[in-house]
Design a protein around this ligand. Structure first.
Ligand code: SF4
Length: 280
């Protein structure tokens, strides 16, 4: 359990600049050979004992936090527990954010998603063969999960770029096309892999990540990088180009947003008045 900036999940358009209570879990239903959290995803030994769901919600309240992330490895291995946590937190006015590989069947997704408020879902590659054989997951299940989440809860997508595995133009363009087919407004986080677990290839280069971002920006409105030095990760108004949210690492400044109404969680651009994709 830790308190993180919400941008670390990463969630860039949901409550930017706020902290989030983050709960980690042991185990995972996939087995990515480059897992960046393998110390917890490949074990069944939890560092702490059972914590009742209502205690987690109370902890968030005690810390003055309005949101909880279920994150680090794969929270939905413990779906029933996460659902109990999200329900307990919601009864106290605390939002729930899933950071998930999305590799769950439609029946599970239909039960879980309505209890969440936001999700960052991994789209690890666009090859069914590699999803099944290398990652021990299912591309069709992930695509369905993304489609099921979008429109119901705030949705962002992350792809970890692993050189030689998913960094070809063909593969990344297929990811871009799929995201655009759901919505060009879904924020896409393109993050750089570092050697971990069984994968020893060199880290993804910054220029590879930036090249993919440049191509993605032709079809997607909001593309962000991760794990590289990039001073261009701010959020801009799609109508007038004003800087809405300035990001310098985890130093976040809300510059160009105006709330739409007292009981409204949406914001408009301070300069031109256009609707923005940022929600609180
Ligand atoms: S889905 Fe995530 S936590 Fe699970 S093995 Fe893959 S990278 Fe690790």
């Amino acid at each position: 359990m830790a308190v993180d900036p919400i941008e670390k999940k990463p969630l860039f358009h949901y409550r930017p600049g706020e902290d989030i209570l983050s709960i980690g879990f042991v185990g995972c239903n996939m087995d990515c050979p480059f897992c960046q959290n393998w110390q917890i995803s490949r074990t069944t030994a939890a560092a702490n004992g059972f914590v009742p769901p209502e205690k987690i919600a109370e902890k968030a309240l005690e810390l003055g936090l309005k949101q909880i992330a279920y994150t680090y490895s794969e929270p939905l291995v413990h779906a029933e527990y996460v659902m109990d946590c999200m329900a307990a937190a919601r009864s106290l006015g605390i939002a729930g954010a899933l950071v998930t590989n999305g590799c769950f069947n439609e029946e599970a997704a239909a039960e879980i998603i309505p209890l969440a408020d936001a999700a960052n879902i991994d789209l690890k590659c666009f090859s069914e063969y590699n999803y099944r054989n290398t990652l021990k997951g299912s591309l069709p299940a992930v695509k369905n999960f993304i489609r099921a989440a979008f429109g119901k809860i705030h949705t962002e997508i992350t792809t970890l770029i692993v050189p030689g595995f998913n960094d070809s133009e063909q593969e990344t363009d297929a990811c871009i096309d799929f995201i655009a087919s759901v919505s060009s407004g879904i924020p896409w986080h393109i993050t750089a892999y570092h050697p971990a677990y069984k994968w020893t290839a060199a880290p993804a280069k910054a220029e590879t990540i930036l090249r993919i971002k440049e191509r993605a920006e032709k079809k997607l409105l909001y593309c962000y990088t991760g794990n590289i030095n990039d001073n261009n990760n701010s959020t801009f108004c799609v109508e007038c180009g004003a800087e809405l949210v300035t990001r310098d690492g985890y130093n976040i400044k809300i510059r160009g947003l105006v709330k739409n109404g007292k009981s409204d969680n949406t914001y408009r651009c301070k300069r031109c008045g256009a609707a923005t994709a940022v929600k609180y």
